[in-house]
Design a protein around this ligand. Sequence first.
Ligand code: DGJ
Length: 542
Amino acid sequence: MKRTIALWCIIALFGCYSSLQGQPRIPYLAKQGAATQLMVADKPFLMLGGELGNSTASALAELDNVFAKLQQINLNTVLTPAYWELIEPEEGKFDFTSIDAAINAARTHNLKIVFLWFGSWKNSMSCYAPAWVKENYKNYPRAVTESGKPLEIMSAFNQNNLEADKRAFVQLMKHIATTDKEQQTVIMVQVENEIGMLGSAREYTPEANKLFKADVPKPLIDYLLKNKKTLRPQLFKQWETNGFKTKGNWTSIFGEGLETEEFFMAWHYGLYVQEIAQAGKQVYPLPMYLNAALNSRGRKAGQYPSAGPLAHLLDIWRAAAPAIDFLSPDIYDPGFEDWLAQYHVNGNPLFVPEIRFHNANAIRALYAFGEHDAMGFSPFSIEDVAEPEKYPLTHSYNMLQQLSPLLAKIQGKGQTNSIILTGETKEKVVNRGNYTFTFTHFFSLPWENNKDVSTWNETGAILIQLSEKEFIVAGSGVVVTFGNTRKDGTITGISSIDEVELQDGKMLPLRRLNGDQDHQGRHLRIPVDGWSIQHVKLYDYK
Ligand code: DGJ
């Protein structure tokens, strides 16, 4: 607790110091209504991001071309690895060439950077640990499974491992502070990458076995008691089933089984990461988060990367690692809308640091910002885009770029919604005040010939309420009809629709849409493969 208070004092002092020097505060998180926003140069910043494939940022000579392409896709932020093995090729000797190259290329192309610390763990494994760590496994021991099999996963229970990772991370943060405090190209840091045990739900090193038999630490018990009403359901249930005990070892408090082993392991991963993040923030307090490989497809703990920053473990991670600001999902599995809802919970803001490279990401980005006040969105392997001008995300990021000042102003205030439509879910209804908005897939129009729903691509839109009767609809492939919930026979009509563009937050009309373009006042529509921001005013008559 004391350490946390001290850390916040340092962060606050850092902020004041920067302001006194006439520099903007270094990036930080701030609350606005129900949203948490990333503040860059003291203004909310919506990350229109993309993550580089794992090895791209090591090809330094190509970075400039790659980043030029990202700019063409309308990204404002690139998520790029900071590789431990390249930064500390020899123990204690640091080389920040790869970091400087990324920062310089980003500056040239007007991009911000989120560095991904590929330290002790990358997709569970320890493949980015420098060779001098990997090879000296006696000094830097591995996790072992129940049968005693060593894994290529550094043990989370070993002080040498922790100290080596922490030392390198602190050097990285110092370097960023020294080279970037003024320009602030680097705006956030991901600590490790997709932490999680594989092969067993927990480690079976002697230290892990000893701690598993010991009492559940008091800080976790205190957290459970304090947050009893909002605990994630699985944790709550395990605790409840075992009588809400407040003293005892892991199995007496949470029961026997893989779930408990996963809780235990998450706690210890959390303690390890806490030390690293806290030490890094002490030298340069950028916001820091974790990303998770998701536990889908009905697998059991140990079969998926277990004990990582998963939604059902949110409380354990929060209790163990308060220096981590939030947890984020990497979405490679079906169920996009559901995953977002699982992570945008109990004050955990939504940031999608990775999502499988797919054309539908253009629509999904709108959904993340419109439905979940997202802080950012970032498809993986973004440099694979072949032709930026034809890529759907380029268009949706263009719209989001235009909408960003407005969204930044209203995030957290409940003025936006978003929907996704497919061949299976062709229609969705949104209510706002007295009005109803029925969104249908563009191919539902009676005069459209494409009746094979299996070929309908994902379409969707963001809906923004500007005043009682005034709205923005921005998206692709939707038809919107308007109604109301009044029971007195009132009918809602379209007063006007303008296609607009936004410059610095100001709405400028491009053309009035009427006649055939709004079906003689019956609906608003945006074709499939078309991208448009439309400003609609409604009126009522009887
Ligand atoms: C998720 C990881 O975080 C990425 O680094 C990458 O390995 C992708 N999976 C898979 O391509």
